[in-house]
Ligand binder design. Structure first.
Ligand code: ADP
Ligand code: MG
Length: 372
């Protein structure tokens, strides 16, 4: 178990594959993970997650910045001396060796005695539910089983840090769910500071104590799942966290009889601006308005609601999604009501009090209301 601190990390690849993107794969990335914490690094493909993990492990040279494990600077420490367990998305098991020998491989290379290796494997195998598979070759294992062996191999050396890079991305839906739960349990049992890298927000939200959200090599926000969901600092984070994603539309602030309204383009539909925002809005201002699909309600009453026409209705079994057209874009809400709508039906929309987000249309930064 160890505390990990990343300070202003940069990575520039000399042979950058994608010249179009900014020069640095990782830029000014700082992060602190507490002893025993489970941290998720979340972001779209190519944003620098794997590069960050490889720098922590010592597999990639750091262009600038510092890494501390247990308060010791490890920049110049050899990967094998960092006591890190690594499991990448491709399992890379040795095909001719059975599961037992695959797990034992690195311990044998380090000269650990067969007695101790056996004791360790017998300790780890039940944790990952692979006790029955020890004699099997990798070719006979399912994807989920291979990933379990892969993780067993990573934790057998009792690392002080466990790094998991998209461990579930090759698995199908059901298996992902099962292994996700197992990883959570495993983390509780071995109590090892763990970083999981993923592009799947649901995975990060369900596993991690805190999530670091990255875009273009830069940290956007670091917080608990609830913090990043409820208080995203910018439009990128707001749009990345949540399923179905937050509705984020361009609206103009209009004023009528001393009250402000979010007015949708090419549409007579408008929503009252909560008074919290009065100090930060003015008439004629363009903002990006964010509303989560669960925060839009179909209202039984006229007061405080707006009449709109249903454009799309999807029945997903447990919930339904209703979309209305707002200019060129769609505004979607989820409901668990029994009522089935048809395109063209008129409904009345209401926004849950205090559940709107405003973003600057140029910078994407959150515009905060008074209640902050
Ligand atoms: P992620 O894991 O978030 O998908 P990566 O860390 O793999 O992202 O990559 C971040 C950026 O660095 C990408 O633009 C990628 O093309 C580039 N990159 C990654 N590895 C190399 C490399 N060995 N050489 C050059 N560019 C690389
Ligand atoms: Mg990656």
């Amino acid at each position: 178990m160890a505390k990990l601190v990343l300070k202003n990390l940069y990575k520039r690849y000399p042979n950058k594959r994608n010249k179009e993107q900014n020069d640095f794969a990782v830029r000014n990335f700082s992060l602190e993970c507490d002893d025993g914490e489970f941290v998720g690094i979340l972001g779209p493909s190519g944003c620098g997650k794997t590069t960050t993990l490889r720098m922590i492990a010592g597999l990639e040279e750091i262009t600038a910045g510092d890494i501390f494990i247990c308060d010791a600077r490890v920049n110049d420490l050899h990967p094998k001396d960092r006591r890190i367990g690594l499991a990448f998305e491709d399992y890379a098991l040795y095909p001719p060796l059975n599961v037992y020998d695959n797990i034992a491989f690195n311990l044998r290379a380090k000269g650990v005695s067969e007695t101790n290796i056996r004791a360790e494997i017998m300790r780890i195998a039940p944790l990952l539910k692979i006790d029955d598979l020890l004699g099997n070759r990798p070719v006979s294992l399912s994807g989920g089983q291979k990933q379990r062996v892969n993780i067993a191999r990573a934790i057998i050396r009792k690392p002080q840090l466990l790094l998991l890079d998209e461990p579930l991305s090759h698995l199908d839906g059901k298996m992902r769910q099962v292994l996700r739960t197992e990883i959570k349990r495993l983390h509780k049992e071995i109590n090892c500071t763990t970083i999981i890298v993923t592009h799947d927000q649901l995975e990060a939200m369900s596993l991690a104590d805190r999530i670091a959200i990255m875009q273009d090599g830069q940290l956007q926000q670091y917080g608990t799942p609830l913090e990043v969901y409820n208080n995203p600092v910018n439009e990128f984070v707001a749009g990345f966290i949540g399923e179905p994603p937050m509705n984020i539309l361009t609206v103009i602030i209009t004023e009528s009889e001393g009250r402000f309204f979010f007015t949708f383009q090419d549409n007579d539909f408008r929503i009252a601006v909560p008074e919290d925002y009065y100090p930060v809005v003015r008439s004629g201002m363009t903002v990006r308005l964010g509303i989560r699909p669960t925060d839009l309600l179909i209202s039984p009453q006229e007061k405080g609601s707006a009449a709109v026409r249903v454009a799309v209705f999807e029945n997903l079994g447990e919930e339904c999604r209703v979309s209305i057209k707002a200019g060129e874009e769609f505004l979607t809400l989820t409901t668990t009501d029994e009522i089935r709508y048809r395109p063209g039906d008129i409904i009345r929309l209401e926004v849950k009090a205090g559940r709107t987000y405003l973003f600057d249309p140029v910078s994407g930064d959150r515009i905060w209301g008074e209640s902050r």
